[in-house]
Design a protein around this ligand. Structure first.
Ligand SMILES: Cc1cc2nc3c(=O)[nH]c(=O)nc-3n(C[C@H](O)[C@H](O)[C@H](O)COP(=O)(O)O)c2cc1C
Length: 230
C-alpha cells in the first residue's frame, strides 16, 4: 500500500516521528515516500493564478510535479505539521496555497476522491486542532472522502524530550489509528461536497472566462454526467 508523507517541517521532531510510526504501521518502508517542507518545495504562491488555467504554467511546476506524481499513486496521504502560534507551520500553509488548483471549483483530481488521508499535529500544550483544521479542510476540498486526524499536546520541544509515558501512548494510538485507516472503506463524498461538485458542473458548462478549467472538467467526462467517486 503506497503512502506519501508530507511534512510541514524540515526537521525530524515529535510530529515527524509520530507520522513515521503511523506510516510504518500502515505499510512497508519501500512503499513510503516522504517529502519535507520547505526543502522539497521552497516557494510561496505568487498569486498569478496560472495553475488554474494550466498547472504546468505554475512557476514552481517542476518541484510540484514530483510531489503531485507521488500523491497521485498513493492510497494514503499523511500530512504532518507542528503547531506554530495555534496554526499550521508556514511551509505547510505555503504547500496548501501551492496546490490551490486541486480545489473542487478549479482542477480537482479524480484520484483524490478515492484516497484516505491523515493529518497529524503536535503542540507543547494547545492549538493542535487549529493547526489541523486548515489542512483537513484543504483535503476535503480536494475531494478526499476519508480524512482522519491525530493531535497531541506533547509538553516537549523535540522528540528526545517526549516522556516514556507519552511514547507508549503514541505507539498504542498509532496502532489503533493505522488499523482504523486500513480497515475503512473509501467513503462517498459528503452531501456538501457532492452538492458543490454538481454546482460546479453547472458553472463549468456555462463558463468561458476560465475556459481551460472547463476543458479539464470536459476531459474527465464530468460535464457529461460522469462522477469522480465510486
Ligand atoms: C514558532 C513556534 C510556535 C509555537 N506555537 C505553539 C502554540 O501555539 N501552542 C503550543 O502549545 N506550542 C507551540 N509551539 C511548540 C511546538 O508546537 C511543540 O513543541 C511541537 O510539539 C513541536 O513539534 P516538532 O517536535 O515536530 O517540531 C511552538 C513552537 C514554535 C517553534
Amino acid at each position: 500500500m503506497k503512502v506519501v508523507m508530507i511534512n510541514g517541517q524540515n526537521h525530524k521532531g515529535s510530529t515527524y516521528h509520530i507520522g513515521k510510526i503511523l506510516c510504518e504501521k500502515i505499510t512497508q518502508e519501500n512503499e513510503i515516500t516522504e517529502f519535507f517542507l520547505p526543502k522539497d518545495l521552497n516557494h510561496f504562491c505568487t498569486g498569478c493564478l496560472a495553475c488554474i488555467q494550466d498547472e504546468s504554467k505554475c512557476p514552481f511546476y517542476n518541484q510540484k510535479k514530483v510531489i503531485m506524481d507521488a500523491m497521485e499513486e498513493a492510497e494514503i496521504l499523511i500530512l504532518t505539521t507542528p503547531t506554530y502560534c495555534m496554526a499550521p507551520s508556514a511551509p505547510m500553509k505555503a504547500f496548501i496555497d501551492l496546490f490551490y488548483q486541486y480545489w473542487i471549483p478549479h482542477r480537482p483530481r479524480k484520484s483524490m476522491f478515492l484516497k484516505k488521508a491523515i493529518v497529524v499535529s503536535t503542540a507543547a500544550g494547545a492549538g493542535m486542532s487549529k493547526a489541523i483544521e486548515p489542512v483537513k479542510r484543504t483535503l476535503k476540498y480536494w475531494g478526499v472522502p476519508n480524512v482522519y486526524t491525530y493531535a497531541l499536546g506533547i509538553q516537549a520541544g523535540n522528540w528526545e524530550e517526549v516522556s516514556e509515558k507519552n511514547k507508549i501512548k503514541i505507539e498504542k494510538d498509532m496502532k489503533r489509528l493505522s488499523e482504523k485507516v486500513k480497515d475503512s472503506k473509501v467513503k462517498q463524498p459528503s452531501l456538501y461536497i457532492k452538492f458543490m461538485f454538481n454546482l460546479m458542473v453547472k458553472a463549468k458548462q456555462k463558463e468561458d472566462y476560465f475556459s481551460d478549467e472547463s476543458k479539464h472538467w470536459k476531459e474527465q467526462g464530468w460535464l457529461d454526467s460522469k462522477k469522480p467517486w465510486r
